[in-house]
Write a protein that binds this ligand. Structure first.
Ligand code: FE2
Length: 246
């Protein structure tokens, strides 16, 4: 698909995006956007262990933007760029990994959204203290979208210490529950059309802890000009990362 739209393409795509977001809110999603992909063994084993050690030792320093309704936290892309984790993470924004994602999905133009979007690559931490009530998940939903192209959400699990065998991330392609084995999602990138496939994170139970990277791809990552959609995304960013940058 084209990189920079002309006026006609822009207006057509903006109208389609507005309509799509309105239909999403009423639960209408496309049957042809329900496929999901799992890319396994993203990090080398020693690199994954290094990341886990660092994240668990430095959790308080790395995961900064606590929000009231969650016990865990989130670190946006802009902060990650300047964190000690970046040397281990930067290959995720490189050409080789992009080619791997394109091969896995068969979408030749799939790429991360622009660097200015803090959702391009972010870190999410879900936890529940041992003496607390279950919580810190995200109920079933589909995402909104601010890109003119397809929205592909990617969840890469770095650490999932739970009492369950199935991953906290659950998808409902075609409205049917698809549970994923916890062992399968560790160090794997689960890619799905976040604005079409219903998904949730089951509530964390006492003593459980989960850390994931969230990546956002599009086959045509041109951000909308629509101010209402941008305001919506800014609100989400404020809630998750403590800043409303776009
Ligand atoms: Fe979501």
């Amino acid at each position: 698909m084209m990189a920079s739209p002309n006026l006609y393409q822009r207006l057509t795509a903006e109208w389609a995006l507005l309509r799509h977001n309105r239909r999403n809110k009423s639960g209408v999603v496309s049957a042809d956007a329900q496929a999901f992909f799992v890319i396994e063994n993203v990090f080398a084993e020693d690199e994954l262990q290094h990341l886990q050690t660092h994240l668990l030792a430095e959790a308080k320093a790395v995961v900064r933007s606590k929000v009231e309704w969650r016990r865990g936290g989130a670190t946006g892309g802009h902060e990650l760029l300047h964190s000690q984790l970046w040397p281990s993470l930067k290959f995720l924004v490189g050409d080789d990994f992009q080619a791997r994602v394109q091969r896995a999905t068969g979408i030749r133009t799939l790429q991360l959204v622009p660097k200015k979007d803090t959702n391009r690559l972010s870190l999410l931490d879900y936890r529940c203290e041992a003496d607390a009530a279950a919580g810190d998940g995200i109920d079933w939903h589909v995402d909104g979208s601010i890109y003119l192209g397809q929205r592909w959400a990617g969840i890469l699990t770095l650490f999932e210490e739970t009492a369950e065998d199935t991953a906290k991330l659950e998808l409902k392609p075609h409205g049917k529950l698809a549970t994923l084995a916890k062992a399968k999602v560790l160090n794997s990138l689960v890619l799905f059309r976040g604005d079409h496939v219903e998904h949730r994170v089951r509530p964390m139970l006492p003593g459980e802890h989960r850390i994931v990277l969230s990546l956002l791809f599009s086959d045509w990552p041109v951000m909308t000009f629509n101010p209402s959609l941008l305001r919506y995304q800014a609100r989400i960013n404020q809630i998750f990362y403590g800043n409303s940058d776009l």
